[in-house]
Design a protein around this ligand. Structure first.
Ligand code: 5GP
Length: 196
């Protein structure tokens, strides 16, 4: 491959971006690999170190910031740091693959700023704030308080959508998957239908 690319999917919680990213990763002809972020938060029960995240203690995370090992990092919640390690991008590019990210809007836009000519930044938009609330409730993974917090954050995140290269409106998941596939296949120059 001449040049590895970066594909960023950012969205408010509950808009379906993780489903889209998983679908794209399964399409081998796109040659994508997932950027595993580092975080200082505790692993959840079903999470695996080195697969979902690289779990670091706060001290190690801060040391890596000092060592300039991150492409971007953020304190998303108090003492919960998240970031993309430069070594992660090198690892994936060295395999001749493109990097796909499932990260928040601030981190996504930072990556676009650092690599403007090799980043496709896609924003996944839920149909409405009301619908987002319904989806988060259905998921039953968060308390009402946390849902309200995520919904409040979503309104702020939605305002950043125009800064992305593309906005996918996730009203119908199948349509959203098709649209995402076409965008990414065009960007990386892969054959333009799933499985081809
Ligand atoms: P969670 O704790 O639910 O896994 O993630 C919390 C938030 O951190 C989400 O909005 C997620 O997209 C974001 N996040 C995950 N990895 C990164 C990263 O590497 N950089 C940034 N800036 N945000 C991240």
């Amino acid at each position: 491959m001449d040049e590895g690319k970066l594909i960023v999917f950012s969205a408010p919680s509950g808009s379906g971006k993780t489903t889209i990213v998983r679908y794209l990763l399964a399409q081998e002809e796109l040659k994508l690999d997932f950027s595993i972020s580092a975080t200082s938060r505790e692993p959840r029960d079903n999470e695996v170190d080195g697969k979902d995240y690289y779990f670091l203690d706060l001290k190690s995370f801060k040391q890596k910031i000092k060592n300039d090992e991150f492409l971007e990092w953020e304190e998303v919640y108090r003492d919960n740091f998240y970031g993309t390690l430069k070594s992660e991008i090198d690892r994936i590019w060295a395999q001749g693959k493109h990097v796909i990210f499932d990260i928040d809007v601030v981190g996504g836009l930072d990556i676009k700023k650092i690599y403007p000519d090799r980043t496709l930044a896609v924003f996944v938009k839920p149909p409405s704030i009301e619908e987002l609330k319904i989806r988060l409730k259905k998921r039953q993974t968060e308390s009402d308080d946390k849902i309200n917090m995520r919904v409040a954050k979503a309104s702020i995140e939605l305002a950043t959508a125009p800064q992305f290269d593309h906005i996918i409106e996730n009203n119908d998941l199948n349509e959203a998957l098709k649209e995402a596939y076409t965008l990414v296949a065009d960007y990386v120059g892969a054959a333009n239908s799933p499985g081809s």
